[in-house]
Design a protein around this ligand. Structure first.
Ligand SMILES: *[C@@H]1O[C@H](CO)[C@@H](O)[C@H](O)[C@H]1NC(C)=O
Length: 465
């Protein structure tokens, strides 16, 4: 009794701090463990903790940060702590436009054709969920904020520049981009086959489609830049190519058809093209692009602006769709298109013999020879085809591209029969978080393709006929 009364008042005095310290210690430990666990499962725009897409495998990406701690810190910083402190779009930039936006170009009509499969059924949560196994990531926009759920890594910086484009769209039309839930894939081959999916078409955005696929074409990343091979944002690259094309007048150019690229991409047409490499016999000059060598000299030799020396330029699809079409059309050479199977959002606006010349893949070399001979005998007409090709690309300004994205997303959102909500595993992606993950060169490209609010509303999409 005496013993107890002597000791009881004392026991809490050291026990309490001990217990407190111990629990704080284990709590911190638990927290650190938890944080570590979360971070090792967080997918990021540069591909942390993500596998390459199984339908198109590519090497794992190298990461800048050396240690595990550095990586954890970067993911914590960029993915979890950046957007919270970024200035939210308060909607104050929301504006009333003074005038009308004018009519959209004809090729915007493809938006309705692309969305046609869901006109009757509308787009349900089931449709979106059905596209998930073909998608690399999911974008959910709610109240002007963008959330991304990652499934697979994208090759190079495609995901980063694609998401940047979407963020710039929201900047261009503040408060106007509707709530939307979209699945994206970032590889070059469409996957939603029309026969296989005829019972239940699933909506999947990617950079191209074909007549046999339901995939919905979306402007590709390179309009905002392709830092790995030094292709700058379109609003810098196009004017530069145009200036380059003006250095030699069309008539003074080499009167032959030119192609430079990589024939080793399991593309039968590119292999066959090698056999047309004979200036006198076929009127064609076919060159191999050595990417490793080009990379070593920093792509100085492959500057696109220095590639308009020929009257005719050949476009040949590679493994699938190719980003090079826009750059070929941008030179005012006559674009010789070898029956493209893949379409991107703008190529639906091309008209044969008006702004390009079609080449028959079944009679490849003779067809190229015919085009070259015809052009060299009809200088004025041929020159005009080349010029109209360039004019078409000139009219495709980055502002036009934002208008296209706006209408595509708007029409898509009208078909959704549910209210989009960010999935629990998604994270907000904002400009600051992309810049946080970007390397120095990517950051420079991203900054240079920043959009500002549009002074006029988007063009008017023609009503359905
Ligand atoms: C095509 O022919 C030219 C000139 O003969 C040659 O320099 C070039 O290497 C050839 N291209 C290929 C891909 O073999």
């Amino acid at each position: 009794m005496v013993l107890r009364s002597k000791h009881t008042p004392r026991s809490p005095s050291y026990l309490l701090p001990c217990v407190l310290a111990l629990s704080l210690f284990s709590l911190t430990g638990l927290l650190l463990y938890k944080v570590d666990d979360v971070i090792s499962r967080t997918g990021t725009v540069v591909g942390h903790n993500l596998e390459p897409t199984p339908w198109h495998v590519f090497p794992h990406k190298p990461f800048d940060e050396e240690t595990r701690q550095q990586r954890a810190y970067k993911i914590l910083q960029c993915s979890y702590l950046t957007c919270r402190y970024a200035a939210a779009d308060s909607g104050e930039a929301r504006r009333k436009f003074p005038g009308g936006g004018g009519e959209c170009p004809d090729f915007f009509g493809a938006i309705r054709r692309d969305l046609e499969p869901w006109m009757e059924s509308r787009i349900t949560e089931g449709h979106v969920a059905g596209a998930q196994r073909l998608a690399a990531f999911r974008v959910v926009i709610v109240d002007g904020k963008m959330f991304v759920d990652w499934y697979y890594a994208c090759v190079q910086s495609r995901a980063m520049f694609t998401l940047w484009g979407l963020l710039q769209l929201m900047k261009r039309y503040p408060g106007k981009v509707p709530d939307v839930d979209m699945m994206f894939d970032c590889m070059d081959k469409p996957t939603v086959n029309r026969i296989e999916y005829q019972g239940m078409p699933v909506p999947l955005f990617r950079y191209c489609t074909t007549k046999e696929h339901f995939d919905i074409p979306f402007p590709d990343w390179s309009f905002w830049g392709w830092s790995e091979i030094n292709i700058r944002p379109w609003n810098e690259e196009f004017p530069d190519i145009k200036r380059g094309s003006q250095r030699i007048s069309w008539r003074n150019r080499v009167p032959r058809a030119y192609w430079k690229g990589n024939p080793d991409v399991s593309s039968p047409i590119r292999v066959e093209l090698l056999s047309c490499n004979h200036s006198r016999k076929w009127g064609a000059q076919i060159m191999r692009q050595d990417w490793d060598e080009a990379a070593r000299d920093g792509f100085k030799e492959s500057r696109l602006a220095d590639q308009c020396h020929h009257r005719y330029k050949i476009y040949a699809e590679g493994y699938a769709w190719s980003v090079s079409l826009k750059y070929i059309l941008a030179c005012d050479s006559v674009a010789l298109l070898i029956a493209p199977q893949y379409e991107d959002f703008f190529s639906r606006g091309l008209v044969p013999e008006h702004n390009f010349w079609p080449v028959d893949p079944l009679k490849l070399c003779p067809s190229i020879k015919y085009a070259v001979e015809w052009g060299n005998q009809h200088l004025e007409e041929a020159e005009a085809i080349g010029r109209r090709g360039q004019e078409f690309m000139e009219s495709l300004t980055i502002d036009r591209i934002y208008e296209y994205m706006f209408h595509l997303i708007y029409e898509y959102s009208k078909l959704q029969d549910f209210k989009p909500t960010p999935p629990p595993t998604s994270l907000e992606v904002c400009e600051e978080s992309l810049l946080c993950f970007a390397d120095e060169k990517q950051r420079a490209f991203l900054r240079r393709s920043t959009a500002s609010p549009a002074p006029t509303p988007p063009c008017n999409l023609k009503p359905p006929p």
